[in-house]
Design a protein around this ligand. Sequence first.
Ligand code: ADP
Ligand code: ZN
Length: 435
Amino acid sequence: MPKYWHEDIETMSREDMKKLQNERLVKQVHHVYEHVPYYRDLMDKKGIKPDDIQSVDDLHKLPFLSKADLRDAYPFGLLAVPLSECVRIQSTSGTTGKRVVAFYTQADIELWEDCCARAIIAAGGDKDDVCQVAYGYGLFTGGAGLHGGSHKVGCLTLPMSSGNTERQIQFMCDLGSTILCCTPSYAAYIGETLHDMGLTPDDIKLKAGIFGAEPWTEEMRRTIEKSLGIKAYDIFGLTEISGPGVSFECEEQSGMHINEDLFLPEIIDPETGEVLPEGTVGELVFTALTKEAFPLLRYRTRDLCVLSRKKCSCGRTLIKMAKPMGRSDDMLIIRGVNVFPSQIETVLIEQGYTPNYLIEVDRKNNTDTLDISVELTPEQFSDKIKDVQNMEKSLAAAIKTMLGINPKVHLVSPKTITRSEGKAVRVIDRRKLHE
Ligand code: ADP
Ligand code: ZN
């Protein structure tokens, strides 16, 4: 079984990788400056010329790009090749506002699919595997990316797309799927449905899952691994930079290796824009080193995480990023306290609840309110009402210990919270709706 997809790159020495990044960066800055007037203007305003960038050490001189720039330049303003050279567009899921579109040449697609192939191999996949792709197909990058990677590896690919969960399980049983690719929230739903259908992990052949496109906790990972009888691997990416496979997890399951030969990462202070040293939490910024059609330089992802060059037991030397704890714009400020939905998820699962929950924030009489509806399992539900009230109290207390603020917890009947087939919507902030 192959251990790596691109062994030379994935295990490259630090010196060689830096050399490769330097060469690619210098070339890419020229490409962008010459072909993207929007970015050329930003560089000119800062008084930076392409020749000022001689190596990765000069990266900090370049201007940032943000989602606002992508919207300003929509749809063609950041394109760096003639449209006739492009073979595909994909679009973001629009989780945080208007969609943005990204363009790809055939070479861009090849490299993106290679990234997904690296991820599949790192999850223990090879050509004998049956890979069920249950990410959405279409404009969303999840389906297309893993589909392409699965083909490259030579897996038998099941292009299921998301939805029709019983059929997913039927195919899984009939065709012996060994790898499942989808969002973690959909994986949890598939696991739940498997059990509802009277099946156990022994009835399926799945061994691994490649789950990403949304934040998920370690507790959620364990829940999914147990319900499907698999090892669950994280995968990260964003449309603006290509799609899934910007980084991927290996067997060590302790952070994701960034494909840094293609995507140069930095961590910055989200307030000041200053580059932070390795090991500090901050906003992740990527520079696409090889992309032809849509080559973003210093793109601010708004994802908060931390980078590490600690030696990995898998043998890969690619830098690792921790699980993003959420986006800076996912963070809720409730009564002045910073709250990430993932913190709430951690407590719920630790306390024996399922990851089916909904967080609702509102403002009443000038005070923020935090209501958390949490679904009971059928076993928990059969308990007496009196117990339910006690359970609500003790769960609220556990959440208060984590967050420092008091929520109102509502335990609700089994199967009353909408399941997600793609990216889960777990927060409704009504304060924004009022504004
Ligand atoms: P949108 O911005 O509309 O959601 P995308 O579909 O391109 O567009 O999603 C990219 C974003 O999804 C990332 O910036 C990140 O916030 C989130 N994401 C992707 N993979 C992961 C992951 N493994 N863990 C946490 N968040 C992730
Ligand atoms: Zn590793």
